[in-house]
Design a protein around this ligand. Structure first.
Ligand code: ATP
Length: 510
């Protein structure tokens, strides 16, 4: 299946089974805004829980907060968002389509990167285990030629964007011969900066005085509470503050389902460290976060790091964890060394000291910050798109299956009576009663067993339990595994242990 088709199928599957709906669909939807349905919200809650537990519950020195979406407007002046939270946009005059200029260039760069990957794959195929990828990349003329093109473009991009040289960005697009994918022409407008923050008015007085913003990131709610939490929680450096919450960005181009939304959710953690120790912690969190992802079993090849060449105004190092989405490798999470930029700025704008007294060093300082920032919706898309499969079975029939990581599946178990007679529904309810306190269960008695199994496969339920004639005699049931489709007969008493073993989050956290 083509990867783009995979995205289309995922979107329609997500809608058909109640995971994700277009927002206000009866009014034809609102662009780049989505609602999570009955199963989507369960999956989302489970992702949040996996993140929160791994951050807060597993780290004695990390605590979580829940700050307001609205913040004092000076927050955004201090953070730099009012002046610098811009994307460079460019329009194609023929197609009238709007693009992010930096994304157009990055996609062009990706073509050369893909060529290099192709060469490497050829080499691996030819020479197998003996193949030295690093040496090959350092010596192969084709690779070197493509790499030097990438380096040149990235250098020019960093220079022009870094200096706010919008004409230079446009010239780069023209020089590279980048054309609009719709019109096929390079009839481009000027490049303009566009601020991504949504604003609204507080109270009944309109005008600049009452202008406030919908937060474009959750991090600032953590920075302004740094001392509140440190003092009341008696936190000692190094320590972290975590938060999950909505963020809003008026994205210029938002065409990729829940990958780029105007209202989305972030899971962010700011880790406060001694100045000078930030690089150690930056490396530490890069490793922690990639491991958190890999534990889910979505395929280790689906992740890669991408180091930023153009650093944001607040960072001294930054990397993305990219995931192999249906649209290709794209940012899923960012790990940023934010220096003392934010706390310093808030000190300056608020006039309040935001310092920490380090008893070991016997001095006060403004801590440095390493942040991990992941989009919950992108994580949702990563999981659902890589778990979705349309399988052809041995008997020639097909099934759509979501092989979700069991700990994240909306329902862990479906309990089914074989027929609606002979006391089987009552027995099924009895079995469900023993499980529902620990596992989200679904009761299903409608249609043939085959159809019911397919329904559960399609929503990713790891286990189906069938109550049949034999159950009524010896208190055993069959338990069917979603992935192998194999059924095993076990006693009702054994169910809790079998299910727990597979769906528990403990394995992911250890
Ligand atoms: P991009 O370059 O894709 O616009 P970004 O670098 O601006 O992303 P950050 O500001 O680092 O993103 O935000 C942290 C995380 O929040 C991202 O890694 C991503 O997972 C998520 N995120 C950012 N913007 C959006 C959006 N519009 N829709 C959904 N998730 C988003």
């Amino acid at each position: 299946m083509q990867k783009e088709d995979n995205l289309k199928e995922v979107i329609s599957h997500a809608k058909e089974y109640g995971f994700v709906f277009p927002s206000s669909e009866i009014y034809d939807g609102l662009s780049a805004t989505y609602d999570y349905g009955q199963l989507g919200s369960e999956l989302k809650n489970n992702i949040k829980s996996y993140w929160w537990k791994s951050m807060v519950q597993m780290h004695e020195n990390i605590v979580g907060i829940d700050s307001a979406i609205f913040m004092h407007p000076t927050t955004w002046k201090a953070s730099g968002h009012v002046d610098a939270f811009n994307d460079p946009l460019i329009d194609n005059k023929d197609s009238k389509k709007r693009y992010r200029a930096d994304v157009l260039i990055e996609e062009h760069v990706n073509k050369y990167a893909a060529k290099i990957e192709k060469e490497v794959k050829k080499g691996i195929k030819r020479f197998g285990d003996d193949f030295d990828v690093d040496q090959f990349k350092a010596t192969n003329p084709n690779v070197l030629r493509n790499q030097s093109k990438i380096d040149d473009i990235e250098k020019r991009m960093a220079e022009t964007l870094g200096n706010d040289d919008l004409e230079g960005v446009r010239n780069l697009i023209i020089d590279l011969g980048i054309v609009c994918p719709i019109s096929g022409t390079s009839n481009w407008t000027e490049v303009r900066q566009f601020n991504l923050m949504f604003s609204t008015e507080l109270g009944s007085v309109a005008g600049d005085a009452a202008k406030i913003y919908l937060r474009p990131e959750t991090a600032q709610g953590i920075f302004v509470n740094f001392l509140n939490v440190q003092k009341t929680g008696r936190m000692k450096i190094p320590f972290g503050i975590a938060q999950i919450g909505k963020a809003f960005r008026n994205e210029i181009v938002a065409r990729q389902f829940i990958f780029r939304m105007r209202e989305f959710e972030q899971m962010e953690m700011q880790f406060f460290v001694r100045p000078g120790e930030e690089m150690k912690w930056y490396e530490y969190w890069k490793e922690q976060r990639i491991n958190w992802h890999k534990k889910l079993g979505l395929g280790e090849d689906n992740y890669r790091f991408h180091d930023h060449i153009k650093l944001a105004h607040y960072a001294n190092a930054a990397a993305d964890i990219e995931f192999n989405f249906p649209m290709g490798f794209k940012e899923l999470e960012g790990i940023h060394s934010r220096t003392d930029f934010d706390l310093m700025q808030h000190e300056e704008h608020s006039g309040k000291k935001l310092q920490y007294f380090d008893h070991e060093l016997n001095k006060s300082y403004v801590p440095y910050v390493v942040e991990t920032s992941i989009g919950l919706d992108r994580m949702f898309l990563a999981i659902i798109s890589s778990s979705y499969k349309n399988e052809t079975l041995e008997d020639g029939s097909s099934r759509a299956v979501l092989s979700l990581p069991p700990a994240l599946a909306p329902y862990k178990v479906a309990v089914m009576p074989l027929t609606r007679k002979e006391g089987m529904p009552e027995k099924a309810r009895e079995v469900m009663e023993t499980l529902k306190y620990d596992f989200n269960c679904q009761y299903d008695e409608k249609d043939s067993p085959g159809k019911r199994y397919r329904r559960q496969d399609a929503i990713g339920t790891p286990f189906c339990i069938m109550i049949d004639h034999q159950t009524m005699e010896d208190n055993t049931v069959t338990i069917r595994d979603r992935d192998t489709m194999e059924q095993e007969r076990v006693s009702v008493e054994a169910l809790h242990g079998i299910i727990s073993e597979k769906v528990s989050m403990t394995k992911l956290l250890k």
